[in-house]
Design a binder for this molecule. Structure first.
Ligand code: SAH
Length: 267
């Protein structure tokens, strides 16, 4: 599979991104041959580690580009009182709400939740964690990270923390857009608050269900510089190799990053 010749924009996501197929392809703990999903397990471990760092806690957490997934909130929900999830596409927000409302036909996250509970020290607590997360997600709203106010016309009060996994590299057509998107979403965080990111590096596309989506090819320094440029100090940054020979994407590695917002852009 080759990278799409053109950038797949937000409207392409709205038309062509099938949340059920995405979840089936990327969020099972093991594939049809019984092979473990090392990409997911690695990211769950990183998220656990980042949401255990000192100071990464508070009242409100905003998830930017949540898609139809909850894995990125499983360790996070232990540290924040209230969560707001944002995504561009209607079908992804709808799929997430299905799980939040425990509706019939919602994706079964329990193997993933059990894995995270095991990391956190008690696999038996998985049902409790699911309930906790369902209660904490207060709203699921539309957003566009390329807008100065991503949730326009809604204005959200600045949050204590922002988490974003695998979104900005998909949503931005070039580095300038990526940098400005980080400033846009960075403005949703209070001074002294945190940004927690999981970003693929060296990827130009990912594919599932015979659809190919473009990805901005990033290097570690580009992400770190964009984060600094959005008014944050990088506190934690770790690169891990992507599993080799994955036909679904050409990702080289994954960057896990935590940054803290400065008191002011110049300060
Ligand atoms: N966070 C999830 C989903 C990542 S897929 C995960 O970790 O798996 C990329 C997501 O970015 C999709 O849900 C898509 O709807 C969203 N997206 C694409 N363009 C966007 C934009 N301009 N603004 C906000 N979200 C966007």
């Amino acid at each position: 599979m080759d990278a799409p010749a053109v950038f797949t924009d937000a409207e392409f996501y709205q038309r062509s991104f099938d949340p059920r197929e995405y979840l089936k392809e990327f969020y099972s703990l093991s594939d049809s041959q019984g092979q473990p999903n090392t990409f997911l397990m690695q990211n769950l471990r990183s998220l656990f580690e980042m949401f255990s760092l000192e100071g990464v806690r508070g009242d409100t957490l905003i998830d930017v580009g949540c898609g139809p997934t909850i894995y990125q909130l499983l360790s996070a929900c232990e540290r924040f009182r209230e969560i707001i999830a944002l995504d561009y596409t209607d079908q992804n927000r709808r799929e997430l709400e299905k799980w939040l409302k425990n509706e019939a036909g919602a994706f079964d996250w329990s193997p993933v939740v059990k894995y995270v509970c095991e990391l956190e020290g008690d696999r038996e607590k998985w049902a409790e964690k699911e309930e906790k997360l369902r209660k904490k997600v207060r709203e699921v709203l539309k957003c566009d990270v390329t807008k100065a106010n991503p949730t326009d016309p809604v204005s959200l009060p600045p949050a204590d923390c922002l988490v974003s996994t695998l979104c900005l590299e998909a949503a931005c057509k070039d580095l300038a857009t990526f940098r400005s998107a980080l400033r846009n979403v960075g403005a949703l965080v209070k001074p002294g608050g945190h940004l927690v990111m999981v970003t693929v590096l060296g990827e130009t596309y990912y594919a599932f269900n015979k659809q190919v989506f473009s990805c901005l090819r990033l290097e570690r320094h580009m992400v770190e510089e964009a984060v600094e440029g959005a008014g944050f100090d990088v506190k934690f940054s770790e690169v891990q190799k992507c599993p080799a020979d994955d036909v679904r994407a050409d990702c080289e590695s994954v960057l896990s990053l935590v940054a803290r917002k400065r008191a002011s852009i110049t300060g």
